[in-house]
Write a protein that binds this ligand. Structure first.
Ligand SMILES: C[S@@+](CC[C@H](N)C(=O)[O-])C[C@H]1O[C@@H](n2cnc3c(N)ncnc32)[C@H](O)[C@@H]1O
Length: 216
């Protein structure tokens, strides 16, 4: 397929809008890494707005994003964050980290595993986080990995800290999906849920507050 550009025929791909280019990048990464990406397309703007509404808007908050991917939530998070705030993205895929650094220079994009959350934040000189936004594929993680990452989130959050997680709605009935919900209830005093239908597939948005004291 071709399109007109300055009077010449150019391949359709060269005329992609930035949004379409993001889709292509996400989809290609998902094809190569299905279990770590865990979705075929980036989340919608509707989801990004829902997530951003839950974030602090005053002071100098630190917001940590686990699995920012191509940055579909990051724009909205960044817009919401006060100018003196800090936005740290921890992404497992190195190509995506390079992309994020170029696309969102205001976010500190780090190539790391969410399992190294505490170590990574210490390395960046971050003592605590006011909010954690996570869209890593929780429902595909083994029980001990889910628990380990959640435990680190609980430890790095301030007492007023907020935690959000996005999971595919159909996965809520899978064993790992149910286990994740149970783990959230053992980690936070309040666990709110909201379904965001304006995404393919619909997503379950967990909004949690009140990190509980350490478990024995
Ligand atoms: C479902 S995608 C979500 C991407 C983006 N936040 C969005 O909403 O469109 C999951 C992302 O988490 C990343 N990821 C998966 N496991 C991770 C881990 N253990 N640590 C950091 N990032 C991880 C993947 O590489 C991928 O970019």
């Amino acid at each position: 397929m071709t399109a007109q550009h300055h009077g010449k025929h150019v391949p359709r791909r060269m005329t992609d809008s930035p949004a379409l280019a993001e889709y292509r990048r996400f989809f290609a990464t998902a094809l190569r890494n299905p279990t770590t990406v865990g979705a075929a397309t980036p989340t919608s703007k509707a989801v990004a707005r829902t997530v951003a509404r839950f974030l602090p808007t005053t002071g100098s908050p630190t917001v940590v994003e686990l699995g920012p991917g191509t940055g579909s939530l990051s724009d909205e998070i960044h817009t919401r964050l006060p100018a003196t705030g800090r936005h740290v993205g921890i992404e497992l895929n190195e190509d995506l980290v390079r992309h994020l650094r170029a696309r969102l220079p205001g976010m500190e994009s780090v190539h790391a595993d969410a399992r190294e959350l505490r170590h990574t934040l210490t390395r960046l000189g971050v003592d605590s986080a006011d909010a954690i936004v996570s869209s890593i594929p929780w429902s595909l993680l083994a029980a001990d990995v889910q628990r380990d990452i959640l435990d680190q989130c609980r430890r790095v959050l301030t007492p007023e800290g907020r935690f959000t997680a996005l999971t595919c709605l159909p996965m809520q009935h899978s064993p790992a999906g149910k286990r994740f919900r149970t783990e959230l209830h053992s980690t936070f005093a309040e666990v709110g849920t909201r379904i965001v239908w304006r995404n393919l597939p619909p997503l379950l948005h967990y909004a949690c507050t009140g990190p509980l004291p350490e478990r024995d």
